[in-house]
Design a protein around this ligand. Structure first.
Ligand code: SAH
Length: 465
């Protein structure tokens, strides 16, 4: 199998610095399942192409393993020829620094989008050609696919599921390699090694910042994890929590987090948390509810500040609460800290006595997950029964969606969103609630405001009259 990366960014030979492989040399690398070779079929000022050729040893791969039911399958299989997870392993091994966006000689170029293309020979597209487009196009790639016949000498045998695929986009080499790393195995039904928790972690790490917004994220996760229901459900639970553009990294991966922090000075998610925290702080509240707390990102921030004496997170998703409890290490906290924090399982559309008597409630990126008819129930539960002094609520600004490059027109940011409001729609709703329930309303932008479409997120701060 062969991967060809090329660019027309002049001087094109700088691709060698980005890949950390010199154009003049033929280099080989040993892998557990064969050998990888890197060479440049083309290295000119205006165009440069680097090939990663994978030479898989199909017999070596099965040596010492239990024989498969179909004995010949060790010898007669498509493993050496089709792009699969083996190619991803090779990409990570041979182009690891490039994938992380590191280049000693050309650090700036490594983070600059340049015209890039990747040709994969060959990709098994058994799920059908439309799927190929559905996977790459939302990420902004132009896709060219050439289908191969089963046997060129016997056209009557028909078409094979194998395609030569080229994807093109102006992007950073790091992003291109990351997308290929995750997406190539999605097309193959086999994986060469055991799929376990660490595969899930890899998917989450490499998919950070783009997979959660991908309209085909479910199919991608399911196929990447080779249809293992428990893993794929866990992946989805995590992807579903991820929101909007740049996502905060996971606590468990400090190295990734540092990198993410360098790349995006302040993600929208961080700005949102910052804005909500500031509003809660200045309200003077001590006892706080985080309604729809998800995996506990806000709870974690609240715990760092002594002003907040009691913090209660509530969510309808048990799975999210489990993750939150783990991340916050609730079981290992000293007793006094532990007493400050509680996580409750419940729904915001049913009246709940446990929510009474708090100073403030945060409702961060939650209402758009409720069916519009349930919104009236939510209003009563929060503004009539729980009725804290302050309510800080955020929701996406639909007008801003045109700014997300990978979001197809007319789509919501998240497949689970039931609606997304324009600034005017939010203003109307907030004002109406304020009048009906006796709250003063202030609306504030969150994230960099665009002159025409406004900010990515809108926030309402409701104060009881
Ligand atoms: N506030 C969190 C999570 C936002 S995602 C954050 O900013 O990170 C939306 C959350 O709302 C999910 O965790 C989802 O489980 C929760 N949710 C959806 N409907 C709910 C309901 N009816 N009651 C309580 N929580 C709900």
């Amino acid at each position: 199998m062969l991967l060809t990366i090329s660019t027309t960014h002049a001087p094109a030979t700088e691709l060698g610095y980005l890949l950390h492989k010199r154009p003049g040399r033929f280099q080989s690398f040993d892998l557990s399942f064969g050998r990888a070779h890197v060479f440049y079929p083309e290295a000119a000022e205006d165009r440069c192409a680097a090939c990663l050729l994978l030479d898989v040893d199909p017999v070596g791969m099965v040596r010492g393993r239990r024989p498969q039911s179909f004995l010949l399958s060790q010898y007669v299989n498509d493993r050496p020829y089709v792009a699969s997870s083996l190619l991803s392993v090779a990409i990570a091994r041979v182009f690891g620094s490039a994938m992380q966006g590191r280049s000693k000689e050309r650090p700036e170029l490594a983070t600059t989008p340049i015209p890039l293309s990747a040709r994969i020979d060959v990709l098994p597209v058994r799920a059908g050609e439309p799927f190929l487009h559905e996977v790459f196009e939302p990420l902004g790639y132009e896709v060219e696919a050439m289908r191969h016949p089963l046997d060129a000498q016997f056209p009557e045998w028909g078409e094979s599921p194998y395609y030569s695929v080229t994807v093109r986009k102006a992007t950073t080499l790091s992003e291109l390699l990351t997308h290929l790393y995750v997406l190539i195995p999605v097309f193959d039904n086999q994986k060469h090694y055991f799929i376990g928790e660490d595969e899930l972690e890899k998917l989450m790490a490499k998919g950070e910042g783009w997979l959660a917004r991908h309209p085909k994220k479910e199919a991608i996760a399911r196929r990447y994890l080779k249809f293992q229901p428990s893993l794929y459900r866990a992946a989805l639970a995590r992807l579903v929590q991820e929101e909007a553009p740049a996502e905060a990294a996971d606590d468990e991966r400090p190295a990734d987090r540092r990198e993410a922090a360098l790349e995006k000075p302040l993600s929208l998610n961080e700005q949102r948390l910052g804005a909500v925290l500031a509003a809660l702080r200045s309200s003077g509240a001590r006892r706080i509810l985080d309604l729809g707390c998800g995996e506990g990102k806000l709870v974690r921030e609240l715990m760092k500040e002594r002003q907040f004496e009691e913090i209660v997170g509530l969510d309808v998703s048990m799975r999210s609460l489990e993750i939150a409890a783990q991340r916050l290490k609730l079981e290992r906290l000293p007793e006094r800290q532990a007493e400050r924090v509680k996580l409750l399982h419940g729904s915001l559309t049913y009246r709940d006595g446990r929510l009474k008597g708090f100073d403030a409630a945060a409702v961060v990126e939650v209402i758009e997950h409720l069916d519009a008819p349930r919104l009236a129930a939510f209003e009563r539960v929060v503004f009539e029964f729980a009725r804290p002094q302050t309510i800080v609520l955020t929701t996406p600004n639909r007008e801003y969606n045109v700014m997300w490059e990978t979001l197809p027109a007319g789509r919501f940011r998240h497949t689970d969103h039931r609606f997304e409001w324009t600034r005017e729609e939010f203003a109307e709703w907030a004002t109406r609630i304020g009048e009906r329930r006796g709250y003063q309303v202030r609306r504030l932008p969150v994230g960099a405001e665009h002159e025409h479409v406004g900010p990515p997120t809108q926030m309402g701060v409701f104060t009881r009259e």
